[in-house]
Design a protein around this ligand. Sequence first.
Ligand SMILES: [Zn+2]
Ligand SMILES: [Zn+2]
Length: 271
Amino acid sequence: MTLAGSGFEAEAQAECREYSMGIGSCQPGGREKVDKWLGRAWRLLCPPTCVLCGANARWIDICAGCETDLPRHEHACARCAVPLAGSIAGGLECGQCQRRQPPFDRALCAFDYRFPVDRLLQALKFRGALVYGRVLGELLAARVESVADSLPALIVPMPLHRRRLGERGFNQAYEIARPVARRLGLPLNSSGGVRLRATREQSLLDAQERRANLRGAFAARQAAWPAHVAIVDDVLTTGSTAGELARTLKKAGARQVDVWCVARAAKWGHA
Ligand SMILES: [Zn+2]
Ligand SMILES: [Zn+2]
């Protein structure tokens, strides 16, 4: 399987950038409405094309065959989503969660961080291919719909430090969270959780460094938080960044914090 030719991708990127920049992330309500309208108009003018093989797609930009071939994340710990042996029944927690529970209550990942999901996420994050955020967000929402026993009252994209946001021009977690919120009919708050510091890559650090790296990294700038919130991010690796944000949201009033990610990387070690 190879990624589809760059023509469609370039066009879609241009389209996405145009309205992302024009509307701005500070007006989520207005942006959602324009998104919906532009989405409809775009689908009428250009029917969906699979981002992986270029074939005609259905309501999202991936065909049924390519979707079936994606590396689904299954047989995982119910709390942290770390892979478990295939023979272990669902609903169980891994040994590490049994010894020390992470601050979030339930992590749900749609795919393993493997080809082609890894390439799509890298293209989203480093090349601004926002169309991949939309496709992966739709697929993540479909997975949540099929397995979640209760939905949160609010979705919070993993915040990006404002310096990184300035450099990149967008927050990949927000680009994934938008279609998730739309499909599930849930409100999205992209300004209530704030990243105070640009932290180092957690997966490169040991447990002690991870704790120091994240201490005080987030603030919850919303007066009242609902009891049940879900954090949306691109990849769950050590779980410590999501854990720190979950801890912050719980201090601010949330009682249950779930974590929904497109992909689970194999690295382990919540601290
Ligand atoms: Zn395809
Ligand atoms: Zn676990």
